[in-house]
Design a protein around this ligand. Sequence first.
Ligand SMILES: Cc1ncc(C[n+]2csc(CCO)c2C)c(N)n1
Length: 216
Amino acid sequence: MKWSEQAWQQITPVYQSILSMPFITGLTNGTLEREKFRFYMMQDSGYLDHFGRALALIGARATHIGDALTFMRFAENAILVENSLHESYFVDFGVTQKGPLQPACHHYVHFLKSTAALEAVEVAMAAVLPCFWIYKAVGDYILQQPHVAANPYQRWIDTYGGEDFGLAVQQAISICDRMAAQTTDAIRQAMTHAFVTASRLEYDFWDAAYTLRTWP
Ligand SMILES: Cc1ncc(C[n+]2csc(CCO)c2C)c(N)n1
């Protein structure tokens, strides 16, 4: 079995919990309170700035030059392409400032940055994989649900569901599988652990937006 297959099996309970989160059902049927989506978007903009840097760092540390280029492209996409989605939502939702990182986002980005800097590069690659893979799976899942007319969150759904984004996700998965096949058991286990942790932090990111969780 490929590393990615057993890693996804490990996160099945977390992934199933994500699908039934009120944040996700609200995105799907368009009923999510605007305030919660605004909170999510503001936090996600901060997330992308840091995430892009983590990807660039992984690119710099990649063993193969082709993987370095791929991760640098991912970094550019995170900062340019994804942020343009946020900027259009900022206009629609009247957001003028990003604001400080709140606890869930802070925890997640610093987990990713410290893993990217200090752990084996294979582990760093596994830590950023849920960001791609869970968003793709959630985007596809929402696209399969009955379509809601004039859903304010449709642009978000279209960004992650569907083919274009699917290619990037496949690339990220294949790189992890190749790296996992060539490394030691201990590193493979650490990869899975990082993958599970990041998946939990994805769950928590949405939960924090739904409950508008801020620093005390
Ligand atoms: C908390 C959070 N997790 C994942 C993504 C999705 N995402 C961010 S950058 C990137 C790859 C390069 O485009 C992907 C898939 C998000 N937006 N916010």
